[in-house]
Design a protein around this ligand. Sequence first.
Ligand code: TRP
Length: 334
Amino acid sequence: MILKDPGQFRILTGDRPTGRLHLGHYFGTLHNRVRLQDLGVEMFVIIPDYQVLTDRDVADNLTWHVEELVLDYLAIGVDPARSTVFTHSALPSLNQLMLPFLSLVSVAELNRNPTVKDEIAHSRQSAVSGLMLTYPVHQAADILSCKANLVPVGQDQLPHLELTRTIARRFNDRYGNGTAVFPQPEALLSSAPLLLGTDGTKMSKSRGNAIALAATADETARLLKGAKTDAERHITYDPVNRPEVSSLLLLAALCQGRTPQEVASDIGAAGAAALKKTVTEAVNEYLAPIRARRAEYADDRAHLRRTLREGNERARAVADATLAEVRAAMNSHY
Ligand code: TRP
């Protein structure tokens, strides 16, 4: 359906501004976002800055993190002329949706969100804040304020999307007078295979096992040199029994547009050192143009800030129009 009629869809996607984007993000979702943008799907990219506060007291270096994210986006090919990049703290009308939306969900529903439960279990904070419990409602406001109908997500975000659909349905039922104010957005589940970090666990910025898009070629080489492999010399692609070696093969394959089996058979008996050399070369070659573009944009902070300011203005106009409809539907349009 996207290929046939990209104009039917509006996508909202986003990343919390807590650190630079890495190869796991890139092959998991970023790459696909740019593809969808280039197919002609309208795209909104939110930098959910308030959501950083769900599991910490203060969002450290927030401006820097937000600007680094924008740099990553521009470097991979997000085009601000076609896609709207914005921060949700800059949109009062988006945030105002939070109040009517909270009235549409029960405390029991908020309490049983499995992703939130998991985040609470892993939180470093001693008390659970109201924001932690209610941020999925805030996320519904992100999505519905721009009336996105497609949200690219990983498995962990599905409960939030289900809640968004529930809120849209209940709002329409309660206030719509027979017309739907909100669409019921669909998830676009990533089919991308999971890349592991260099220590063999999930690639994550907080674990120090991730290769950032912005890392230098030398940093990349150093990280991959220390990557975990196994004791078997002959290199084979076997994700179940040899997860670390297989993830490295997959990474090289994604960068080279080949299959991991092909990469494995080229290396064969040459062993883990040859595998790491192959992966390092493949990653550095693939990322070279992205890193060069990123460096160019990084030199022009004024352009960067202008990009974000213009994105915020565009998103604000859309969210303002949505809030006006919500007020009219709720009889609070004075
Ligand atoms: N909760 C998402 C995450 O942690 C980030 C996010 C906030 C988001 N608002 C969104 C993602 C709207 C998609 C759509 O990754």
